[in-house]
Ligand binder design. Structure first.
Ligand SMILES: Nc1nc2c(c(=O)[nH]1)N[C@H]1C(S)=C(S)[C@@H](COP(=O)(O)O)O[C@H]1N2
Ligand SMILES: [Mo]
Length: 321
């Protein structure tokens, strides 16, 4: 077997949350006893519209690291539509990104395609707070207390047909609102991402509407973004306006832009180097440190291997990166 499973005791002690954490971790640790990922998937990877909603709070509850500050999370961002510098999204997105009204189009291979107003899209779901690690492919990371609901909810409501094997997502593209010039001719906008349907149905996959208990800031992908915590950050597409079910693996922005460097799966893996840098360690953003970060080991599947590694059994993760 190719997959290396790390257990939780491998988490360095430097990552253990002090009791003084801004958010009391008991809030996460005390969460519900829901169904496990294995049981969830055993019911069938295809959408089961009658199935009970998946409760992954107990999975996310393993997260016991101190969250980054609101300031760190909202002032050091990647959102290339608003510029390449880490400061550009917070500088430009809040005043330029128009999030009301917001429509999400669900289409492709599903029984219930629809154009939703954002409110109607979110309303049937139960909003939860989930703290996840976020690991960028550039080798920096944060811990973010997101607020959102399982992507699986939306997939169940859409009822993908038996032919659907993947789901793709698109970000709003409006050059009037999005000032970035350097990337305009380079990236084939809109920004696109995608998941295999079983990955999308995994209870850790979250549609995010907020962080730190507040509405999602523009620079973090307001009003709706995806978070897939075991994958490199670029899979976690921002400001989503389209969700499409497909039979074939959909084209995604970075894998199309530079297929040698970025793959469709993009699972966090310290053993698979980027052609230009190692992925073995990461810079955990920490503004209290002299250089603004502390260096820590990167965990296989970003520390979520117990929950998600089974989806990649038998796959060569060096080849399918
Ligand atoms: N539409 C869009 N989504 C995007 C990006 C982007 O440039 N455009 N950057 C990605 C990358 S590389 C990362 S690391 C995360 C960063 O999310 P954050 O700014 O909320 O930390 O968003 C991802 N989603
Ligand atoms: Mo990233």
């Amino acid at each position: 077997m190719i997959i290396r499973i790390r257990n939780n005791s491998d988490i360095p002690s430097s990552e253990i949350t002090p009791e003084s954490a801004y958010i009391n971790r008991r809030k996460f640790l005390g969460a519900s006893a829901g169904i496990g990922a294995a049981a969830f998937l055993a019911r069938g990877a295809a959408a089961a519209p009658s199935g009970a909603p998946a409760h992954a709070a107990h999975l996310a509850a393993r997260q016991d690291e101190e969250p980054n500050t609101f300031e760190e999370i909202t002032s050091y961002n990647n959102f290339y539509e608003f510029g390449l510098d880490k400061k550009d999204p917070s500088k430009y997105a809040p005043s330029r990104l128009v999030t009301e009204p917001w429509t999400v189009k669900v289409d492709g291979l599903c029984n219930n395609p629809a154009d939703y107003q954002l409110e109607d899209f979110i309303k049937p779901s139960t909003i939860e707070d989930r703290t996840y690690r976020l690991r960028c492919v550039e080798a920096w990371s944060m811990v973010v207390p997101w607020r959102g609901f399982p992507l699986a909810d939306v997939i169940r409501r859409a009822e993908p047909t038996a032919a659907a094997k993947y789901v793709s997502f698109a970000t709003l593209w409006d050059p009037e609102q999005m000032p970035e010039r350097r990337w305009r001719p380079v990236i084939d906008w809109p920004y696109r991402e995608g998941l295999r349907l079983d990955e999308a149905l995994h209870p850790l996959s979250l549609l995010v509407t907020g962080l730190y208990g507040k509405d999602l800031p523009a620079q973090n992908g307001a009003p709706l973004r995806l978070i897939v915590p075991w994958k490199y950050g670029f899979k976690s597409i921002k400001s989503i306006v389209g969700i499409t079910f497909t039979e074939d693996e959909p084209p995604t922005t970075w894998a199309t832009q530079s297929p040698r460097e970025y793959g469709f799966y993009s699972n966090v893996n310290p053993d698979v180097s980027h052609p230009r840098w190692s992925q073995a360690t990461e810079k955990r953003i920490d503004s209290s440190k002299l250089f603004g970060y502390r260096r820590i080991d990167t965990q296989f599947l970003n520390g979520y291997a117990d929950e998600v590694a089974h989806m990649y059994e038998g796959m060569d993760l060096q080849k399918h990166f």
